[in-house]
Design a protein around this ligand. Structure first.
Ligand code: CTP
Length: 400
């Protein structure tokens, strides 16, 4: 990134809003330009004058002004920022983000902003634990929002538990990191596959696997937040398509192959995170199969190896990353698989490890490079795996 990171800092109305002043100072000290957006309720806790003085910019407060706006409108704000950071974020504001409401300046900017978003919640522990809040937070997380989880401790309200705003250094580091990376893949087309494939037996039955799509969706969202042009070819998944990503839904391995091959020619990076079925029923019956209690044999035929095909026909300079789900001898099998498939990097996943695998939110992976060198990463969230993988992809691209 050239120039200083530009951070939009949304401050919402909770007691922790007073800490926003320190956060502005910390960000400015690190060389960031900070534009504060204050919700009306936050003004009850911290004054616009304090935040304007510390940030050196007038605070953006209201969406509509009768006279020509003294501050810039929501679209200009959204264009200006490299990252949108909301700290503290109340349960109410999180709910409004999660449901796409746009009834104040901050929620409107949130909807208009295509870059990385960091949300640091702070609230009473019971509110943080409430299923509605959990669901809203998970919705945001699934869309690629980085949640800086609140900490445990005594709260201003006298309750104890998780809900206290995370340490300001942690929020500042996450904010700067997001802002600095927000343009690192600008103009780069990244093609990602995710989820399982379903291979039909008849109109109501299919062969599938337990992939949730979480890993591939996280990679697509993280690449989009770095400015990449992202196309996500997604097998059946319950996840909402990530924001700023062109999602192409597919069902079968054959459809996934067709979609990927259509998109591959101008892609600079391909990440095959999908769990593609290796076999499909030889014939999909046009009508529902009937069973009369006797056993029957199913004939399966292999599906094409999409990854190997893409790697064999890749244009010069294209970087290809494969994934491997293993249950045993993960490293040896991963090394052999990387060579066999011809990809540059292979992310090996021992799906039997604790905190790893299909439905989990965390993953434990080992990255295998072209020289066979293995880099074992500790257990981390799938979003963190996505970010670290993109860091590595960027480093590989630079070294070429
Ligand atoms: N893959 C693919 N096409 C297939 C099967 C797998 O493109 N028909 C890709 C996956 O997206 C993944 C990589 O190949 O990136 C490895 O997938 P995995 O299922 O672990 O490998 P398999 O080829 O199925 O090998 P095996 O079943 O022997 O473990």
């Amino acid at each position: 990134m050239n120039g200083s990171p530009r951070i939009l800092l949304g401050v919402t109305g909770g007691i922790a809003a007073y800490k926003a002043a320190e956060l502005v100072r910390a960000l400015v000290k690190e060389g960031a330009e900070v534009q504060v957006i204050l919700t009306p309720r936050a003004e009850e806790f911290v004054t616009p004058l304090t935040l304007a003085t510390l940030s050196g910019r007038p605070v953006a407060r209201t969406e509509f002004t009768p006279e020509p706006s003294p501050t810039i409108g929501h679209i200009e704000l959204a264009r200006w920022g490299h990252a949108l950071v909301v700290a503290p974020a109340t349960a109410n504001e999180i709910a409004r983000f999660a449901h796409g409401q746009a009834d104040d300046l901050l929620t409107t900017v949130y909807l208009a902003f295509a870059g990385p978003v960091v949300v640091a919640p702070a609230m009473n522990p019971k509110m943080w634990d409430h299923p509605e809040t959990r669901e809203n937070v998970e919705r945001l997380r699934a869309r690629g929002v980085a949640i800086v989880d609140p900490e445990e401790g005594y709260m201003a309200c006298g309750d104890e538990g998780a809900g206290r705003l995370a340490a300001l250094q942690t929020i500042a580091a996450e904010a700067l990191w997001a802002a600095r990376r927000s343009t690192s893949l600008l103009g780069v087309k990244v093609l990602v596959s995710a989820g399982p494939t379903h291979e039909p037996l008849d109109p109501v039955r299919f062969l599938g696997n337990r992939s949730s799509g979480k890993m591939g969706f996280a990679i697509a969202a993280a690449a989009a937040a770095r400015g990449a042009e992202v196309v996500l070819v997604a097998g059946p998944s319950r996840l909402a398509p990530p924001f700023g990503v062109r999602t192409v839904p597919v069902t079968t391995a054959a459809a996934m192959q067709a979609a990927l091959e259509r998109e591959a020619a101008d892609a600079k990076v391909i990440v095959m995170a999908a769990a593609v079925a290796d076999h499909r029923p030889a014939d999909a019956a046009p009508r529902k199969l009937e069973h009369k209690g006797e056993s029957w044999a199913l004939e399966l035929v292999p599906t094409p190896d999409i990854l190997a095909g893409l790697a064999a026909r890749r244009p010069a300079g294209q970087l290809i990353v494969g994934f491997a789900a293993e249950t045993h001898d993960a490293l040896a099998r991963g090394r052999a698989k990387r060579e066999r498939k011809g990809c540059d990097l292979l992310v090996v996943n021992d799906v039997t490890a604790e905190g790893a695998g299909f439905e989990a939110d965390t993953n434990v992976v080992t990255l295998i490079g072209r020289d066979g060198a293995a880099d074992a990463w500790p257990r981390m969230s799938k979003r963190q795996v996505a970010e670290r993988l993109l860091d590595r992809i960027e480093a590989e691209r630079r070294s070429r």
